[in-house]
Design a protein around this ligand. Structure first.
Ligand code: PLP
Length: 644
């Protein structure tokens, strides 16, 4: 998609992939898995090497279109998922060897971060050589874990609130010979567990979750500390030990767990929490508990904006630094307390899954202020119009502030004049159009100005475009709406063409919140994303990246759009395109989302048919037309919910 001069001859691109990288920050947030090609396309590099396969996302989009799959589409790159599992396990193995640490790393993947069966299957398969296990936080997740995790050396760690059925399921896992550890988060759970274990004649494996006082950071800092929803205080942990001693079951206590929150942005927090947690572990071990596992929970972050900072969407450390701190600090504390090194468990979900999936949406339309096309030329039927036109003529870099203030005044006065009946509707339209042109002219001058006065800072937002994209923020990137999570957004093509417009992204829900107007930048954030002006009929695709953790599964049904089509892509070095589509999972049909809201699509079709029959009977619709309308209604019930 190279740019073309008016005579149709291809122009030499002035803008390079490096310029595009500076705008979209791909090399930073992509962590080697994403790259901009010399052809201006965005690539996936599953092995993160120059020699390895490269998947052109534009080629994937072409193949999807050829298969008749409609957009938006979630692309899942299984190789990235597998690589992340290996990277995490290897990082710990490497640090354990380097530190001459005596325990092992036996990580578990927290199912809640992305519960999709295919995701869990891939994670368990890639993690099999490491006996990588699962963490569950609810009964349905435990049901899934029991069915999926058949490795008797891999852990199944159970967190969350637990009723009797939850605990019985855990004991069922023990009966099957699995390493299922019930983490006690509320004291009452312990008595119930011991009673049920007696009833079922099974030896339970027990863990305790400690409330860690180390000060958290980032958005989820409230997961730790005294007021945390989960976990036991020091006094409660001691009661657990006493009760287990009384019942002669102290040998069941195997694991100490803590969790200081997801997306920990500052490594300092990790260090402090591990130091405190390791000390609790060591003291408990000294009380005679045959502890084996030290579970440092989740929190390993993802650098969504690539700024390597402590901002909420970033982190000031790498996966290796995390593993190093956990291993070295645990060793140091256990050595000082003369306690054997435990096996280390982490429940890292975000860092494992975030990168492997992205949403590709097509641009449906670009929305520019309606003033752009209004013919305001030549009309000078009021002093205000003449003055506004004069401002437009005289505007220069030297007088922008003065001219803008005058233009604002005229706009204000014109509204009053209109209210009093002095200006006509047409005159008001001309004044507003001229004001918009003044703003646009000023916005174009800003990049070259040395000093930008305060009131002009946001002027480019006032005149920016909106790119209407075929997706729902509420379904596909709910954290962006709910908690202001930043995700990388970039076009997948034309990256060697200079972007020529600044825009925000709006979705197709009928809700003004359904938009993205904060984008990552090298430092801070920006409110507009540089994009390409589209020619009529041009297909243009935008990717929302790093959506594999939480976003995939917590989307809601706002506007009943439902799940999007999904395409699972794997690399294949022998294929000319370096990839193949392994599986397509159809997104929601209108009927299926309606069913989820208690409608009965068949009954609805029947009712509408009855209404149409009545109109046919009354002669308002001819019989053939009636049949067509019934068919159309039924087809729409079966069709994809997003825009065609
Ligand atoms: N473990 C527990 C107990 C959690 O609550 C969470 C999420 O908050 C995780 C693990 C996963 O955390 P992360 O996605 O930061 O790795």
């Amino acid at each position: 998609m190279e740019s073309r001069a008016p005579n149709g001859v291809a122009e030499r691109p002035q803008w390079t992939r490096d310029d595009a990288d500076a705008v979209y920050n791909v090399s930073r947030w992509g962590d080697g898995y994403f790259d901009i090609g010399a052809d201006g396309h965005l690539y996936v590099v599953p092995e993160r090497t120059a020699e390895g396969p490269r998947i052109d996302i534009v080629d994937v989009v072409e193949e999807i279109k050829a298969q008749g799959i409609e957009f938006p589409v979630v692309l899942r790159f299984g190789d990235i998922l597998r690589a992340a599992v290996v990277a995490l396990n290897e990082a710990f193995r490497e640090m354990i060897a380097e530190a001459e640490y005596q325990g092992q790393y036996v990580g578990v993947y927290p199912v809640k971060v992305n519960q999709m069966r295919e995701v869990i299957e891939e994670i368990l398969d890639a993690g099999a050589p490491y006996h990588y296990g699962l963490e569950a936080g609810s009964k349905p997740e435990l049901l899934a874990a029991l069915a999926m995790n058949d490795d008797h050396q891999a852990l199944t760690v159970l967190n969350g609130f637990k009723d009797e059925d939850y605990l019985r399921l855990a004991l069922l896992g023990r009966t099957l010979g699995r390493e299922v550890i019930v983490v006690i988060e509320q004291f009452y759970e312990l008595r119930t567990l011991l009673r049920l274990a007696d009833e079922m004649d099974v030896k339970p494996l027990i863990g305790v979750r400690a409330k860690i006082m180390a000060e958290g950071c980032g958005r989820w800092c409230d997961s730790g500390g005294e007021r945390a929803k989960f976990g036991l205080t020091t006094a409660e942990i001691l009661r657990v030990v006493e009760l287990l001693k009384e019942e002669d079951r102290l040998d069941c206590l195997r694991l100490l767990h803590f969790h200081v929150g997801s997306q920990v942005t500052d490594i300092k927090t990790i260090k402090e929490a591990v130091r405190e947690g390791a000390r609790v572990y060591a003291k408990l071990a000294q009380l005679g508990a045959p502890l084996q596992y030290f579970d440092v929970g989740g929190g390993l972050g993802v650098d969504y904006d690539g700024s390597r900072s402590t901002s909420n969407s970033s982190m000031n450390y790498k996966m290796r630094d995390y593993a190093a701190d956990v291993v070295y600090i645990t060793k140091e504390v256990c050595d000082a307390e003369r306690v054997a090194h435990p096996s280390i468990v982490s429940e890292s979900g975000r860092a494992v899954t975030a990168r492997h999936s992205c949403l590709i949406t097509n641009v449906i339309d670009t929305i520019e202020a309606a003033y752009a096309d209004y013919p305001a030329e030549g009309v000078n039927s009021s002093v205000m119009i003449a003055n506004m036109r004069e401002i437009l003529d005289l505007l220069s870099r030297d007088n922008v502030q003065e001219m803008y203030n005058d233009a604002l005044d005229i706009k204000r006065e014109s509204r009053n004049a209109f209210r009093l009946g002095i200006l006509t509707l047409e005159q008001r339209a001309v004044i507003e159009t001229l004001f918009w042109r003044v703003s646009k002219a000023i916005a174009e001058m800003l990049p070259e100005m040395e000093f930008i006065p305060d009131n002009l800072w946001d002027i480019d937002e006032d005149v920016s475009l909106q790119y209407l994209c075929n997706f729902s923020v509420f379904q596909s990137i709910p954290d962006s709406w709910a908690i202001g999570q930043l995700l990388p957004v970039a076009p997948i093509q034309r990256l060697t063409d200079k972007p020529d417009v600044n825009a925000t992204i709006v979705d197709i829900t009928c809700d003004s919140d359904g938009k993205i107007d904060t984008f990552i930048d090298v430092s801070e954030t920006k409110s507009l994303l540089p994009l390409h002006r589209l020619s009529p009929g041009e297909e243009y695709y935008i990717g929302l990246f790093l959506t594999g953790a939480y976003q995939d599964v917590i989307g809601d049904f706002h506007n009943l759009f439902g799940r999007v089509n999904e395409v699972h892509v794997f690399c294949d070095d022998d294929d000319p395109t370096d990839f193949y589509v392994e599986e397509v999972i159809k997104g929601s049909s209108a009927g299926s989302v309606l069913e989820a809201m208690q409608y009965n699509p068949e009954a609805m079709a029947y009712t509408v048919k009855k209404h149409i029959d009545r109109c046919v009977g009354e002669g308002a619709i001819n019989p053939r037309g009636g049949v067509r309308l019934v068919d159309f209604y039924e087809q729409c019930l079966k069709a994809y919910t997003y825009l065609k």
